[in-house]
Design a protein around this ligand. Structure first.
Ligand code: ZN
Length: 300
């Protein structure tokens, strides 16, 4: 695509407000073309069949109804569709999913055995979904017998190939994995991809392709919006669960990163516009209560 330099400067000045080294996305600032505003919706951790009661089903019914009328081009489900591998619950899930009327893309969580995920959701588990200028790279990193995350060498290679492809296609990447990669410990859950299970190698890949990567998003934590933005890293964010979220007192305990005080069951509306990503926390049956702005610091 051929875009005159002036257009690029215009786009840049909108993003950076005219300043050269203001907050602007390291990756998006290099765009050779103006990027359209994107909005998508993210649910996670529906845990259908939880405690053998219908409470999770009721939440999912409500969430799906809200997703149907919410504005957003597509829906991501970041894993733990059912609870404890309850196979009959995938039917419940799909029944409501049908009603959303938008494309829905799932990744498996530690409660979704891979064979059941392949049978009921999608034969090919790790896939990339292109949406306008954004490539969602969906990676299965959960095991049913652990709360930690695992990324194999073959997956790492594939992730890197997707970053390369995105660059060639003038696209950007959103990495989606159920279990967070970012190190964390008490008072956090302590669940993440440990260095020897792919964390170190994935961070190496991210460092090489940082200009191409918008953020990494996860489920698994049931902790509202819980995110980190390390000085030299990208945004890494666990998003709210539909079933329940717990207040772990992270802000009070001055844990690293951020954890806005909203823990009702809900989902997230993600908007990326003019180099800013906004996470709107939408509690079920209530108005958006949190607008978390994720800025992208310019590398210079
Ligand atoms: Zn989980």
């Amino acid at each position: 695509m051929k875009t005159p330099t002036s257009t690029r400067r215009e786009a840049l000045s909108i993003i950076a407000g005219g300043a050269t080294l203001a907050f602007s996305p390291a990756c998006l600032a290099n765009s050779k073309r103006p990027l359209s505003k994107l909005r998508f919706l993210v649910v996670s951790d529906t845990h259908l069949g939880y405690k053998n009661s219908t409470s999770a089903e009721k939440r999912w019914i409500q969430a799906a109804a809200e997703l149907k009328s919410a504005s957003g081009d597509l829906v991501l489900h970041l894993g733990d569709i059912v609870d404890g591998g309850r196979e009959e619950q995938y039917e419940v899930y799909l029944r409501e999913r049908e009603k959303i009327g938008k494309p829905v893309y799932e990744i498996p969580g530690n409660h979704d055995p891979l064979d059941l995920f392949r049978k009921h959701i999608r034969k090919q588990v790790d896939v990339a979904v292109d949406h306008e200028w954004l490539k969602f790279v969906l990676v299965s990193n959960a095991h049913t017998d652990s709360h930690d995350g695992f990324i194999t060498d073959a997956q790492l290679q594939w992730i890197e190939s997707q970053c390369v492809a995105a660059k060639e296609q003038q696209q950007y990447v959103m990495l989606c994995l159920h279990v967070p990669v970012h190190s964390n410990r008490h008072p956090d859950r302590g669940w993440h991809v440990k260095p020897e299970h792919g964390q170190t190698k994935l961070y190496d890949i991210i460092a090489c392709h940082k200009q191409q990567i918008v953020a990494m998003i996860h489920g698994h934590f049931h902790n509202g919006i819980r995110g980190w933005k390390d000085d030299d890293g990208i945004h890494e964010i666990c998003l709210p669960a539909v079933l329940y979220n717990l207040d772990r007192g992270l802000e009070k305990q001055k844990a690293a990163g951020y954890n806005p005080l909203e823990f009702r069951p809900g989902y997230t509306m993600v908007t990326i516009d003019k180099g800013l990503m906004t996470l709107d926390y939408k509690p079920l049956g209530a108005d958006v209560s949190i607008n978390k702005k994720c800025e992208f610091v310019h590398d210079g």
